[in-house]
Design a protein around this ligand. Structure first.
Ligand code: GDG
Length: 733
């Protein structure tokens, strides 16, 4: 049975030490609390850092045995690694960059080296503990390289990845010196999940721009497999918050916790008193100074709320050794002091500020008592606090003011949405929240509750795992037709048996990789050797069939023993003969089409025109990927109107559009050749759309092989030109 291995930076439990005695406690944070029940119920193994640096081997063993009881396995890190991998690359490079704080982003080789080392260590621990075909679910920005390491060493594993923070736009990610490594690292996964469509879109655009892979319907097409990208907005344990909030509210006043009694006293000390609540880690992404400024603006603009409204701000200490966090703490202290100093009264503080964490029970007391939750991050992957507040409002008496920059805003459309940088609007949003009529408030809250109750943490984890499992079937569609050892042996046997053999080979993408400049893609010595050897086999005719112009083909292969079919079948050169044209030339049509293509070259930097006897081709491989695709659509549209009623057709290949005289294609040329030289063994290999003509026209018994993973009528697939070369080398032995 396949098992699930979860990997995240921190384990869901942590080990602390008190007077040499070790004890285990649950870790805080959305991921740990959220996935814990899934972990228990599914008998999975969780791999991560246990939160302690053991001082001896005995201590390490003790930690291992303590966490083992919770189905966990520790990855140990020393001081230096924690400083360079965690505080460094994770929190001083990736965290600020992915949250659009480029000014705080540090680039350091030392951090990067440590990050690679720790990712390697995590991957190795997974590998050491994974049985064949297990599933692995890797979490978050600290482990971006793990999927690729696993893919290389354990291709049997099914690998999922979920990013809990935003994935920024290409313009941001391109700043990172290790951007390709990071994206390649993620592409080791079968499925990559994000909280929102925007993050998924940014990721896909970066993959296309930085690595040039094709993407179709959120599937990234690598040479030998697909990577699926999808959106899974993380939920919370709704039932837990709902139940705890109901219990807490129904407690008689005298039995309530001291915090709750304080809240009650505050609310009852004056009629119409109201509480606004915010909860977050003290982090520069959370927009805490902006929030305080908006609250100050609110008090200035709506003085009738003086003494009536307080903002309870719970900020949890975080990354306290880092300078930016210390500066932020100072800024917040000063702002809180100045607001309280300016507006406070003997019996009233506008801002009630806690700089610490609180037990969950107190958190829920705050949620259920607060009239308004004011959550205004400048950037936030999701923001689970917003969802927890909603789940805790059992009587629907609450209004959520939420930053449009939080992932949660996508699902919580009924909240009052604010741009946290707009201080005046946020102040008005507070006023709006406090004055909203009961009916409107209840309706908005009910709608949001219904939605997040349904898509809770369990549903989130199940949906992700369901998708991950189904990627295996989708990959196997592809692998079913992959040239396996047995298929290979069968083709080799047929080749040996054949008394008259014809092998049709496309050139670019099939025998040679793509180059930005098509003229740079000439054959290398290895390729000549392979082709010459193949052409030497008795009773074998080797035919290169390409869209290339005949001059280039002649320069490369003119004096070798192969038949050359150039320009998609317009020209043929048999061994020992000169070039023959297969259809009389008419080039007048080019006069009207060429200026149109030139206008596209002018407006699409990086694109170029290639002219052949029967065709004009517009290449956009080197152009900006999105602009290229857009212009290709426009060009097709413009040209199809112009060629209407003419003996011309438009072909679309890999990053090329070709306008050519119709009735000329690789298939017709190949079948004419076969007519002249009948064969009992026939094989064709090609990678492009234009090779489909070839596959279609050949006899049913032909072995047709597509290079790459796109849909094809070919019988089999090979992954790339390297595999083709190996395949052709082996066939003659
Ligand atoms: C990442 C992303 C994304 C907070 N203070 C206390 C406390 N908390 C709990 C809350 C909530 C969690 O911590 C914070 O929620 P976040 O959504 O900010 O989650 P993180 O794990 O910090 O951050 C974030 C999330 O991952 C999930 O994908 O939403 O965008 O940055 O659960 O209740 N809990 C207790 N005392 C506190 O004082 N007990």
């Amino acid at each position: 049975m396949t098992r699930l291995i979860i990997a995240s930076n921190r384990l869901p439990v942590k080990i602390d030490k008190n007077d040499d005695e070790m004890y285990i406690t649950p870790s805080a944070g959305g991921l740990a609390t959220g996935l814990k029940s899934y972990h228990k119920a599914n008998n999975s193994v969780w791999i991560g850092w246990p939160g302690i640096i053991p001082e001896s081997d005995e201590e390490a063993e003790k930690v291992t045995s303590l966490v083992k009881k919770e189905q966990c396995l520790p990855v140990f890190l020393d001081e230096e690694l924690i400083s360079n991998y965690y505080d460094g690359f994770s929190n001083a490079t990736l965290w600020p960059l992915f949250h659009y704080f480029t000014e705080f982003t540090e680039f350091s080789e030392e951090y990067w080296e440590a990050y690679r080392k720790v990712n390697e260590r995590f991957a190795q621990t997974i590998i050491d503990n994974a049985k064949e075909n297990d599933q692995v679910w890797v979490h978050d920005y600290q482990l971006l390289l793990v999927p690729q390491i696993l893919r290389e060493r354990r291709p049997d594993l099914t690998i999922g990845f979920f990013l809990h923070i935003p994935f920024p736009s290409y313009e941001i990610i391109r700043i990172l010196p290790w951007r390709e490594e990071i994206i390649e690292g993620l592409l080791g996964a079968d499925l990559i999940g994000f909280h929102t469509y925007d993050y998924a879109r940014h990721f896909i655009s970066s993959v296309k721009r930085l690595l040039g892979y094709d993407v179709e319907f959120s599937q990234i097409k690598l040479d030998n497999r697909k990577v699926f990208v999808d959106v899974f907005p993380m939920g919370i344990d709704y039932k837990k918050f709902d139940q705890l909030a109901s219990e807490i509210q129904s407690k008689p006043i005298q039995d309530r916790s001291p915090v709750h009694q304080d809240i009650d006293r505050f609310l009852m000390s004056m009629p119409n008193r109201k509480l606004i609540l915010s909860i977050d880690r003290l982090d520069y992404t959370k927009g805490i100074p902006q929030r305080l400024k908006a609250f100050r603006h609110f008090l200035q603009k709506y003085p009738e709320y003086l003494e009536k409204v307080s903002l309870i701000m719970l900020t949890v200490p975080s990354r306290t050794d880092v300078e930016q966090y210390q500066n932020l703490k100072n800024e917040v202290d000063i702002l809180v002091g100045s607001i309280n100093g300016e507006f406070g009264r003997l019996n009233w503080n506008p801002v009630i500020y806690f700089y610490r964490s609180m037990p969950l029970e107190n958190l829920i007391e705050l949620y259920s008592s607060a009239d308004v939750a004011l959550l205004t991050p400048l950037r936030d992957g999701m923001n689970l606090v917003a969802k927890e507040y909603i789940a805790s409002k059992v009587k629907q008496r609450g209004v959520l003011v939420l930053s449009e920059m939080a992932g949660a805003a996508k699902e919580l459309g009924e909240a009052i949405s604010v741009n946290p940088n707009n201080i005046a609007d946020t102040a008005d949003a507070i006023y709006h929240a406090l004055t909203m009529d009961d009916e409107e408030r209840t309706k908005a809250m009910r709608t949001m509750q219904k939605r997040i109750r349904r898509y809770d943490i369990h549903k989130w984890a199940n949906e992700f795992m369901k998708s991950l499992t189904s990627t295996v079937d989708k990959q196997s569609d592809y692998h079913a037709r992959k040239v396996s050892v047995s298929i290979k042996n069968k083709i080799y046997k047929d080749f040996k048996k054949g008394e008259s053999k014809v092998v049709f080979l496309d050139y670019d993408g099939t025998l040679q990789r793509f180059y930005d400049n098509p003229q740079a893609a000439g054959p290398d010595p290895e390729l000549y050797t392979i082709l010459d050897n193949l052409a030497k086999v008795e009773n074998t005719r080797l035919v290169l069939v390409s869209g290339r112009d005949r001059e280039t083909f002649n320069n490369w292969f003119g004096n070798h023993n192969y038949t050359l079919i150039a320009e998609h079948g317009a020209w043929i050169k048999k061994v020992g003969e000169g070039w023959k044209e297969r259809k009389p030339i008419n080039s007048e049509w080019k006069e009207s089409i060429l200026p149109v293509l030139e206008s596209y070259v002018d407006r699409t930097p990086g694109s170029l025109i290639e002219e052949k006897t029967y065709s004009l081709t517009w290449h956009y491989r080197k152009a900006d990927i999105d602009l290229g695709v857009l212009r290709a659509l426009e060009l097709r549209h413009d040209v199809s109107n112009m060629i209407y009623n003419q003996d011309l057709e438009i072909l679309e290949g890999k990053k090329v559009i070709e306008i050519k005289v119709s009735g000329i294609n690789k298939g017709i040329a190949a079948s004419e050749f076969l007519h002249e030289y009948p064969a009992d063994f026939c094989m064709a290999i090609g990678d492009d759309w234009t090779d489909e003509f070839l596959f279609r026209e050949l006899p049913e018994t032909a072995h047709t092989i597509k290079v790459g993973s796109e849909n094809s009528i070919a019988k089999y697939y090979l992954t790339n030109y390297r595999e083709v070369r190996n395949f052709l080398t082996e066939i003659i032995h």
